[in-house]
Each structure stands twice: as structure tokens, then as C-alpha cells.
Design a protein around this ligand. Structure first.
Ligand code: 13P
Length: 257
């Protein structure tokens, strides 16, 4: 990452894991381990049912709390959904949007990701918007087309000022939960491409200000090399964020890198 212009953000995405007692135990364990971290924003994005517990346990610490999705309407007849305002009112700061698992299993589209991002920003949340290509798309050599399309659609109509409040997570779908990490060079190549795309759509200054994370089998062993790359400003971590020691190693790699 380029520490002169951006602060690294290491965010855990717990996905559908942890009961409330388990969430409390993990965050209690993590708190002292990351208490001295200065140069990295530490975030835990947790299931809706854990938000209140997570906010209470981390109050007054340097761990920020995020949700894993939100709906795009403010309120209404949307059974089972949670609005951005509901999250903001609780004190939640971040929200993961457009994760490939949401796109794959819950039929989310770039259009709904765009609407969710706009709703999250309007509520004062910081969206972590996920983009990434399928293995088949990479093999067909259309990674850049896929990513450019997602960036254009997911951020359509979003102002430069609002874009600067967003984090973009580059998560190649083939690397998620597979143990198959993109090489640091592959991650850098696409993160740099995302920044170049933002520079064209907005300006070089705006593009330089946006935090771009890598996600996909990032772990204690490979994090240092990934975050050493100029355009990789941290990570969105799945499995390894469920273990305090591994998550802390990743945070330290970003802090000291
Ligand atoms: P893993 O780190 O488990 O591969 O998950 C990555 C991810 O999807 C984070 O959002």
C-alpha cells in the first residue's frame, strides 16, 4: 500500500459464523492483541445477530464494527431485510456489499449493489463494495472487462466525495474459501487496474484516495507479501478472521509493512 496517501484497512468478514457467546469470546481475545495498532483500521464485519454484542464488546477500542449486507430501501414490506438506517442507528460503521456469495447465492446484481451502496452512503455507513471475476472469466482473459463493468455499474451516480468514503474489495471468486490465493502480482495487477478505472471515471486524485483491499484466502502466511504491493491497501479476510491470532498476524503485517 502507499502509506503516504492511504491508511490500510484490514476487515474480517465472518460470514455465517459465530453465535453471540462465540462472537464475544473472539472479540475479547482480539482486543488486547490489536490495542497498539496505530496505522491500520481494524474492522470486524459480523452477522446481524452479533452486531449489538460486537458493538458493546468493542466500545472504546480501536476495533470498528461492520455488517455483511443491507437493503436499499429505507423501510417497508421487505420481510427478512435490514436497512442501512437500522445499522447506522446501532452505531455500525461499515457494511460489506456485493460480496460474491450474495451475487452467487442470493441473485444480487450490479444494479442492486449500486442501490445498496447509495443507501448505505446516505445513512452514513462506509460501504466495502466487493468486485471480482469468476475463474472462467479469468481463463477467457476478460478479467479487466468484468472488473471495469462492475466498477462502472456498482458506483454509477456516486459522487467523488462519496466514492472516497467507500472501500473496494477485489475478491477473485476463484480464490474465496478455496485456499487458492491470487499471487501478490495478480492482486496488484487488478487493484492497480481498479485504480486506473477510477482515475478515468473520476480523477487521479480521487482514485489515489480510495482504499482498495484484496480478499480471497488471505492468511497469516501470505498477508505481508500481498499488502507490500503499492495498490493493495489491506484485506477483506474470511476464514482467517475467525482466529484471533491469525487475524492479528495479518493486521501486524499491514501495520509494519
Ligand atoms: P476467505 O478468506 O475465507 O477465502 O474469504 C474471503 C472472503 O470472501 C472475504 O470476504
Amino acid at each position: 500500500m502507499n502509506k503516504n496517501v492511504r491508511k490500510a484497512v484490514i476487515a474480517g468478514n465472518w460470514k455465517m459464523n459465530k453465535t453471540r457467546p462465540e462472537a464475544k469470546a473472539l472479540l475479547e481475545e482480539l482486543k488486547p492483541m490489536v490495542a497498539d495498532i496505530k496505522n491500520v483500521e481494524v474492522v470486524a464485519c459480523v452477522p446481524f445477530t452479533n452486531l449489538e454484542t460486537a458493538l458493546a464488546v468493542t466500545e472504546g477500542t480501536n476495533i470498528k464494527i461492520g455488517a455483511e449486507n443491507c437493503h436499499f430501501e429505507k423501510s417497508g414490506a421487505f420481510t427478512g431485510e435490514i436497512s442501512a438506517d437500522m445499522l447506522a442507528e446501532m452505531g455500525v460503521e461499515y457494511v460489506v456489499l456485493g460480496h460474491s456469495e450474495r451475487r452467487q447465492y442470493f441473485a444480487e446484481t450490479d444494479e442492486t449493489v449500486n442501490k445498496r451502496t447509495i443507501a448505505a452512503l446516505a445513512a452514513g455507513l462506509k460501504p466495502i463494495v466487493c468486485v471480482g471475476e469468476l475463474l472462467w472469466e479469468r481463463e477467457c482473459n476478460i478479467t479487466e472487462e468484468v472488473i471495469a463493468r462492475q466498477i462502472k455499474l456498482d458506483f454509477f451516480g456516486i459522487s467523488a466525495d462519496d466514492l472516497k468514503k467507500c472501500i473496494i474489495a477485489y475478491e477473485p471468486v476463484w480464490a474465496i474459501g478455496t485456499g487458492k490465493t491470487a499471487t501478490a502480482d495478480q492482486a496488484e495487477e487488478v487493484c492497480a487496474f481498479i485504480r486506473a478505472t477510477l482515475a478515468k471515471l473520476y480523477s487521479a486524485e480521487v482514485a489515489e484516495a480510495v482504499t482498495i483491499q484484496y480478499g480471497g484466502s488471505m492468511n497469516a502466511a501470505n498477508a505481508a507479501e500481498l499488502v507490500s504491493k503499492t495498490n493493495v491497501d489491506g484485506g477483506l479476510i474470511g476464514g482467517a478472521s475467525l482466529k484471533a491470532a491469525d487475524f492479528t498476524t495479518i493486521i501486524n503485517a499491514a501495520e509494519n509493512g
